[in-house]
Design a protein. Sequence first.
Length: 271
Amino acid sequence: MNNAFAISDADFARFQRLIYQIAGISLLDSKKALLVGRLSKRLKALGLNSFAEYYQLVASGKDPEERQIMVDLLTTNETYFFREENHFEFLRQTILPNHPPGRPFSVWSAAASTGEEVYTIAMVLADELGLHGNWSVLGSDISTQVLAVAQRGLYWLDRTRGLPQEYLKKYCLKGVRSMAGAFLIAPELKKHTQFLQINLNAPLPEIGKFQLIFLRNVMIYFDTEVKRQVIRRIIEKLVPGGYLFIGHSESLTGICDALKLIKPTIYQLPR
């Protein structure tokens, strides 16, 4: 690593406080190398000489675009189609059969990343409620960079981990010529989806109410108090009887008692 871009403990602590303030994310001390690796490219691009200079730029608020770039670089997470598949089976076998026919069904993927979760949900809903059914999926993330990928709905075929072949054929368009090796989410599926930038660590916008909210693999980055605040905001967006799915390494024990535990990682808001 170029010594010019080494970071002092004091400067790293400043970035830890800043990303916590903005996104509620507790950046562990062990993530120092990750921060240096991801932000060094910005120092080079901007012609800056130190992380102290870059911190002054993003902390001042004078360059909101660069501040967003920093957030994007520090919050990007891995995802894939049909991740934690039992959630989609519960949706298919338990939630949807009990939903009144013809009534709207809305789902929010609250940490959508590059969109695989959103389109997985959409494929299940299309299968069960029909491509012309009254359903919708909202995907949100704090990172504009991953949302741009999600909105495009274009993925490389090596990203099909977890995606059944029949869904690939039914709901995706295979790329040809210059796009060989890629696939595009079919327009008739995509029209049921919407993507918004939403910071879960801030008051939520008016996005309506949902029968189901996915909040998976994001709370692991929050401390207990931020978790409580995020869950409180999330619950307000659930209809009575609605469900919340969290990640398999996460729990709401000691965080929230307003939701009923149905099975591990699956909660319901009482009617």
